[in-house]
Design a protein around this ligand. Sequence first.
Ligand code: ATP
Length: 253
Amino acid sequence: MRNHVVNTNEFSFWYGDFQALRSLTFNISAFKITALIGPSGCGKSTFLKCLNRINERGNVVSHEGSIQVFGQDIYHPTVALPELRKQVGMVFQKPNPLPLSIYENVIFGARTHIKKIKASELDDMVESSLKRVGLWDDLKDQLNRSALTLSLEKQQRLCIARLLPLKPKLLLLDEPCSALDPAGIEAIETLIKDLKKDYSIIIVTHSMSQAKRVSDETIFMYMGELVEMGQTEALFNTPKEAKTAAYIEGRFG
Ligand SMILES: Nc1ncnc2c1ncn2[C@@H]1O[C@H](COP(=O)(O)OP(=O)(O)OP(=O)(O)O)[C@@H](O)[C@H]1O
């Protein structure tokens, strides 16, 4: 089994002529939760969105260096973006279910990406995906209900569930709890920790306490650069860099 799901080598990234990422070199571990932290604008979301290349939609972008995801150079000209995006699923800050039923939300990606699929397979996908995110028992009798009527926490669970039929290996979570109340945050954090049995996870968070609670490894970025990466406990208890110490102590942010 691979130890690393992402290998980033001297990777730089530009929106037009604005350089958002600067020569990033680091690896991200398999079946771990890696937190990306750093002040607003340091490039956390940009890096996350490079991993499935969704930041190319509507933007003029360029890059130098390389990123390998599961050993594949994701900027190689032969890379098929739909395949990459199946493998690397993403959940956003604000839950964004489609204005469709719970059932249709779960199978939407499968319908789009998988050519021949039987109705019974779709039913199985819905059941197993909702079970995996802890929604099945509550919602199994309401699968035709609009997803938009769910609580924000359940909407966010559903947004995770709808990635699963595509069998992703890496889950990108961009501040997945920022729209939630404390109970919702706790519930989603518990789910995220459980999901790492099956998936490698990268989470962008502004909350230092969340990074400490959920992640195994932490990457601290500043102005597009990697400042420090390490085991979460070590990085927070004994940061090596003065800038990391200043950030986690709340001296800037
Ligand atoms: N589509 C875009 N076009 C041009 N510049 C962009 C674009 N998206 C982001 N940027 C810029 O790139 C830099 C990094 O932004 P990014 O959103 O990755 O930071 P972040 O660390 O995730 O910030 P936040 O914590 O506020 O979400 C910022 O200066 C931002 O203004």
